[in-house]
Design a protein around this ligand. Structure first.
Ligand SMILES: [Zn+2]
Ligand SMILES: [Zn+2]
Length: 280
């Protein structure tokens, strides 16, 4: 099983891959730049080359890049909407420059608007972005917890976006277990995990599932509140993750943890926990 963390790119991309390797990851996720700002420094070609060399040497892959947090592909504000498309394209280009396989994005949010309106908006944004830059990396749409006007909390909404795209060969999904649980997908039992697997298969299709964000959830089931927590220590719990990790649809999909990093012990503990739950 491919298992890793979201790691910091502070000091350069080659340091990020080093961090992943030292933690014992065999896949990883990064931002391509400061996730909370619009400014972008060009990627240093030497750093990118080193990044590629090291991940090959240590067999770390796939690499997921997560889009900038300011991007909102469903924004009702014309200026932010346009800027989001431009910035999404920048993230996509940087993903490809790094030789990363996947760019993960949330769909977006628009408080007070109907999901249908947002789905249409995101579809327009993605079509425009892919027209500006034909992707060679695969774009992964991530399900959300359904907080504050977010869209994409139901798998059918994600599928509705995909169905509206002019080109969907380079489109997949990244399923976040915390977001899904907060949005009403109960994976605490094998029957719940089976129901989720069935819903993925009948909406977006199993083939589109390329990545999993493996996070426990601090808040109650269906709370619509997105608070990631340590694996097995949240409301999904050990039994839920044991069932999830054992399911044939999820077992072989690369998994990235976005769990809290309060101390240096947190990542090693979560990694160990997932491995133990997987072995039973
Ligand atoms: Zn996530
Ligand atoms: Zn989240």
């Amino acid at each position: 099983m491919r298992l890793g963390f979201h790691v910091s790119i502070s000091g350069g991309f080659s340091l990020a891959v080093q961090r992943a390797h030292e933690l014992g990851c065999n896949c990883m996720q990064i931002f391509s730049r400061n996730p909370r700002g619009w400014t972008v420094k060009p990627i240093d070609p030497a750093d990118a080359a080193e990044f590629k060399k090291l991940r090959e040497q240590w067999d770390i892959g796939p690499v997921f890049v997560h889009t900038n947090y300011l991007i909102n592909l469903a924004s009702p504000k014309p200026d932010l909407f346009e800027r989001s498309i431009e910035q999404f394209v920048i993230d996509l280009e940087r993903t490809e420059k790094l030789g990363a396989e996947y760019l993960v994005t949330h769909l977006g949010s628009a408080s007070g608007r109907e999901p249908e309106w947002m789905i249409e908006r995101v579809t327009v944004a993605l079509n425009m972005a892919m027209k500006l830059h034909k992707p060679s990396a695969v774009i992964l749409l991530e399900n959300t917890a359904g907080e504050k006007g977010d869209v994409g909390y139901e798998l059918q909404q994600v599928q509705d976006v995909i169905a509206g795209l002019a080109h969907s060969e380079n489109i997949g999904i990244c399923y976040d277990t915390c977001h899904g649980f907060a949005a009403g997908y109960d994976i605490r039992t094998p029957a719940g995990v089976e129901a989720l697997a069935k819903e993925i298969s009948t909406t977006v299709g199993a083939d589109r599932l390329k990545g999993i964000h493996l996070n426990d959830c601090l808040k109650e089931f269906a709370s619509r509140v997105d608070r990631h927590w340590h694996i097995g220590e949240g409301k999904i719990g050990e039994d839920g993750f044991r069932a999830f990790l054992a399911h044939p649809l999820f077992r072989h999909v690369p998994k990235i943890m976005e769990t809290p990093k309060e101390t240096d012990e947190d990542d090693p503990r979560n990694l160990k926990k997932v491995r133990s739950l997987q072995k039973k």
